[in-house]
Design a protein around this ligand. Structure first.
Ligand code: NAP
Length: 246
């Protein structure tokens, strides 16, 4: 029970990595808000979380819309009264080589992955400053550090998260707020299942451990960073990639 009675809000938690983080945090005793643009998956995940014996609310939230973010944090605080952990997990891809990338695809990825992280963190920091305590963990990506053809928007958004993390870690260290990121490699979720088998086999060759990660591999690192065991860690990016990038 490493997170007993902690209050966590996780974005994009209706499915994939965010869902595993929600379930893993509940296993460790945290009360969770499952926030997702897809309210149906958010409600279904919230039901599974509740079955673990903790309290859980589902929130309909598009992280790229400031009014929705403000209202989701208000609802959360009315329900829970304290915010100990924010996980900025919501993210999308809209891949294309730069010459073919549409402005809309650039904007959508930057708005959800990077601006969404800014908007949610801003609301969290306002609350955490008053509490003199809190943890913010954002999901970056290995491609922020390696680059990846076809993902100029995505890699830029995820590299932005790394710089963003270090800056707010410095801004609020003296106020008891710890800010870190995790950078997953290739994790088996809906986001990656569309990649053709042949390409996946090629990708495996670039992973020293020789296999793809699972959502729980990322969730375990996020839970560690959220726990007391990680209280002296701030401003860091944890790499979870089977050795793909060292
Ligand atoms: P996923 O299965 O697609 O899940 C992402 C969730 O975020 C979905 O429930 C999605 O809802 C939701 N979402 C999308 N736009 C949103 C918005 N504007 N506001 C709130 N929620 C929104 O993806 P995943 O693989 O679990 O990825 C989770 C995070 O890890 C992302 O930030 C991703 O970039 C990062 N990551 C993933 C991998 C990987 O290999 N899977 C590697 C590195 C980093 P809808 O499906 O309804 O749109």
């Amino acid at each position: 029970m490493r997170l007993k009675d902690q209050n966590a809000l996780i974005t994009g938690a209706g499915q994939g990595i965010g869902k595993d983080i929600a379930l893993g945090m509940a296993r460790e005793g945290a009360h969770v808000a499952v926030a997702d643009i897809n309210f149906e998956t958010a409600k279904a995940t919230a039901q599974e979380v509740k079955e673990r014996g903790v309290q859980c609310i589902a929130l309909k939230l598009d992280v790229s819309k400031q009014d929705e973010v403000i209202s989701a944090f208000e609802t959360f605080m009315k329900e829970r009264g304290r915010l100990d952990i924010l996980v900025n997990n919501a993210g999308i891809t809209r891949d294309a080589l730069i010459m073919r990338m549409k402005e809309d695809d650039w904007d959508a990825v930057i708005n959800i992955n990077l601006k969404g992280t800014f908007l949610c963190s801003k609301e969290a920091v306002k609350i955490m400053v008053k509490q003199h305590h809190g943890k913010i963990i954002s999901i970056s990506s290995v491609v922020a550090f390696t680059g990846n053809p076809g993902q100029v928007n995505y890699s830029a958004s995820k590299a932005g998260i790394a710089g963003f993390t270090k800056t707010i870690a410095k801004e609020y260290a003296t106020r008891g707020i710890k800010v870190n990121a995790v950078a997953p490699g290739f994790i088996q979720t809906v986001m990656t299942e569309a990649i053709p088998e042949k390409v996946k086999e090629e990708m495996k060759k670039s992973i020293p451990l020789g296999y793809f990660g699972k959502p729980e591999d990322v969730a375990n690192a996020v839970i560690f960073l959220a726990s007391k065991e990680a209280d002296y860690i701030t401003g860091q990016v944890f790499h979870i990639n089977g050795g793909m990038y060292m």
